[in-house]
Structure formats: structure tokens, C-alpha cells
Design a protein around this ligand. Structure first.
Ligand code: HEM
Length: 211
């Protein structure tokens, strides 16, 4: 594909940042499911041994949170809800059947929901995770609070796993999306179809910067 037919969507540091979050998520989610269900205990082997899984899971979780905060600071403005999101929501049946509606900017309502659900669940996971983190922090908290934190931690984890499954499905299902996070660019036709307002903004900037 020629350079004119591509548009840069993410720089290399942005992609590295995203994949650090994604890898941490996979390790934390798989080991976490291993702690939770006896029949899934074998999943803890993802860290080599069960003991290592128990030690490393919280550290990987904190790394995921810190890396996601960088993404949050980068993208929060582009994920604020606006009037176009109503058009998207009202036409959800068309969206599901692969049609586009409205003058969508850099992110559509579905992506924005993933973004806000991720930050809310990660905040809940971090706070509840600190409360239940033995042997470092848990001893300073009362047992009833630890029980509540365990419940919050489990519910937030299940919520995030479902949200990320939807995110991965969309990233792979919408043709032309995955190159955005792998190689950094998207086909211009993809941008024009799925994110027309963002496409115009990028093209206008390119015109301004032409000598
Ligand atoms: C594990 C496999 C994953 C895959 C295959 C994947 C794929 C992608 C792709 C292709 C994009 C670009 C979409 C676009 O720009 O239109 C993207 C963006 C993004 N991803 Fe992922 N991702 C994964 C995991 C995660 C995880 C675990 C998180 C957070 C906990 C996450 C958060 C985000 C965010 C915040 C964006 C930017 C979109 C926005 O701000 O709304 N991703 N991902």
C-alpha cells in the first residue's frame, strides 16, 4: 500500500505502551483465574511455578495500572462523549450489521465505553488489590474490609476480562484495525469509513504542513 493510502494512527512509543498493558493483562488475568477456581489452578503455571504466580501477580497488576495511566493521559480527551455518540448509540443495530453512521471522530462510542470501563475497573482492581495484598498491606486492614475488597477485586476482574474480550473481538473483526496497533498505520479508506471526522482533521493538518 502506498504512503498516500496510509494514515499514521499510533507512534512506536504509543504501541509499546499499549502492548505492555496487553501483556500484563494476559498474565494477570490468567494467573488470577488460576487463583479463583480450583479447576483452573493449573493456569498459575503461566509464571513458571504457582508460588511465582502468587508473588508476581500483584506486581504485574501495578505495572499494568501504571502503563494504562500513560494511555489514559494520552487519550482521555479523545474519549470524551459528544453528540455524535448518540447517533451511534441510536443506530446500534446498523453498526452490528457492519454499517457506519454519523460523523465519528478518532474513537466511536464502543471504543469510548471500553476506555472508560478499563480505567474504572483498573482503579477498583488497584485499590482493592492493595487492601488484599499479603504480606505487605493486608495486615493493616480489618478483616471485614478485606472481605469486601476481595469481592470488589473479583467483580472488577471479571468485568475487565469481558470488556477486553469485546475489545479484542472488535480489533480483529473490523478489517484494517489491527495494523493500527501493530504497525502504527491504517488504510485511508478505513479512516474515511469508520472515523470520517478524524480522517478530515488528519488530511487538513497534512495540507497545512505542506510547504
Ligand atoms: C490483548 C489483546 C489486545 C489487542 C489485540 C488489542 C488491540 C487494539 C487495537 C488494534 C487498537 C487500535 C484501535 C483503534 O485505534 O481504532 C487498540 C487500542 C486500544 N487498546 Fe487494545 N488490544 C488488546 C488489549 C488491550 C488491553 C488489555 C487494554 C486495557 C486494559 C487495551 C486498551 C486499549 C485502548 C485504551 C486503546 C485506544 C482506544 C481508545 O482510547 O478508546 N487494549 N487495541
Amino acid at each position: 500500500m502506498s504512503k498516500e493510502q496510509r494514515i499514521q494512527r499510533y507512534t512506536a512509543p504509543e504501541r509499546i505502551n499499549h502492548w505492555i498493558v496487553a501483556f500484563c493483562f494476559v498474565f494477570a488475568a490468567i494467573s488470577g483465574l488460576g487463583f479463583f477456581f480450583p479447576s483452573f489452578n493449573w493456569l498459575m503455571n503461566i509464571f513458571g511455578t504457582l508460588q511465582l504466580a502468587r508473588i508476581l501477580h500483584p506486581f504485574v497488576g501495578v505495572l499494568m495500572f501504571a502503563a494504562f495511566m500513560l494511555m489514559f493521559l494520552r487519550y482521555w480527551k479523545e474519549n470524551l462523549f459528544n453528540r455524535e455518540d448518540w447517533v451511534w448509540a441510536k443506530n446500534i443495530l446498523k453498526i452490528i450489521t457492519n454499517h457506519e453512521v454519523g460523523d465519528t471522530g478518532r474513537y466511536n462510542l464502543g471504543q469510548k465505553c471500553v476506555f472508560w470501563a478499563a480505567i474504572i475497573s483498573l482503579l477498583l482492581l488497584l485499590v482493592s488489590g492493595v487492601v488484599i495484598w499479603r504480606p505487605y498491606f493486608a495486615p493493616v486492614f480489618p478483616i471485614p474490609l478485606i472481605r469486601i475488597a476481595l469481592l470488589v477485586h473479583s467483580l472488577a476482574a471479571v468485568g475487565l476480562i469481558i470488556v477486553i474480550m469485546v475489545h479484542i473481538y472488535a480489533a480483529l473483526w473490523i478489517k484494517g484495525t489491527i495494523t493500527a496497533m501493530v504497525e502504527g498505520w491504517v488504510p485511508a479508506a478505513w479512516a474515511k469509513l469508520h472515523h470520517p471526522r478524524w480522517y478530515r482533521e488528519v488530511r487538513e493538518k497534512q495540507q497545512e504542513n505542506k510547504p
